[in-house]
Design a protein around this ligand. Sequence first.
Ligand code: GLU
Length: 328
Amino acid sequence: MRAVRASLVFVALLLAVSACAGDGRPVDLANVTSVERPTPVGAEENPPASSGTSAPAPDCDPKASFRPDGALPPAGQMPPRTTMRAIQDRGQLIAGVDQNTFLFGFRNPTTNALEGFDIDIVRQIAKAIFGDPNKVQFKVVTSAGRIKALQEGDVDVVVRTMTATCERWKDINFSAIYYTAGQRLLVDRGSEVTSLDQLGGQKVCAAKGSTSIKTIAANPAKLIPVQVDNWSDCLIMLQQGQVAAVSTDDTILAGMVAQDPNLTMAGPRFTEEPYGIGIPKANVDMVKFVNGVLVKTINDGTWAKSYDKWLGQTGGSRPAPPTPVYRD
Ligand code: GLU
C-alpha cells in the first residue's frame, strides 16, 4: 500500500514538473498587478495636528537676525570664550544636514560624499572658523528632528532647507536669510492639477515637522495630508501612485523633477519660505559670526557659484542673493 502511495506521489510530481517544462512556457503566473506596493516606514495619513507648545507664536519678523560684530576674526583665531572658539578647540564644526534632498543636501552615490547648496554653506562656515572647509562632522537630521538636535546641543548649526518662522524662533535662533524658496505642487506630467484647491479628498505628501505639511493640512479643500520622515519617501509614494501630489519648497521639488522626468511642478508658488541657518538659542555670538560669513559668501561670489552649480541646472535665471535684515 505504501509503495502504491509513493508511486502516486511520484507521478504527481512528474506531472507538476512537466506542466512547467511542456512547451517552454511557465504556468500559473502570479498576478503581478495585484502585488501591494510597500509604504515608506513612518508614513502617516491624516496626522494629528502637531502637539508643539500651545502658546501662539509671538509676532516677529522671522527674517531679522543679529547684526555681525564688525569684521570676522581671522580663521584659526577665534576669540577666547566664544562658541566659535569652543568649536575651533574641538577641531570640527558639527552640522545637521539632510542626505535625501537632491541639489540641497544629498549623498553622491559614486563618492558617498554629502553635496548640495546647503552643504556648500556648511563648508563656508567651517572655512571661516578653521581655514579648512572640510573640518566638518555631518549629522543627518530629519525635518522633524532639526529643532531638537539644536536644543539638545547635538549640532552647532542646522543647514537643512529650514524656513525661519516666528514659531521656530521661540525655540532656536536663525541666521540672516540665505535663500528664499516657496511652496509649490509636484504632480505627474500630463496632470491637469495646478493648485492644492483641486485636490480635495486626495492624498498629498510632505515631510513630518515641515511648514509644508501644515500648509497642506490647513487648506480648506480638505486634502488628506500624508506625512513621511524623508522627502525621498514622498517622491517614491508619488511614483507608486500612493499619493496624488507632493507639495513643498520649489527647491526640493526641483531636485525630484531632476530625478524623474515624468514629474512636473505645477502652478505658482503659494508661500514664501525664507531659509535660515538654525543655531541654538544661547549662541547669539555664533549667529552674528555666521551672519558675517553669509555676507562674505555673498560678496565674494561664492553664493552665486554655488547657486549656478546646484540650481543653475533647473533652468530659470539666478536670483539676486537675499539682502540681510537685522534686528536693530
Ligand atoms: N522649508 C520647509 C521647512 O523648513 C520645508 C523643507 C524641509 O522641511 O526640509 O519646514
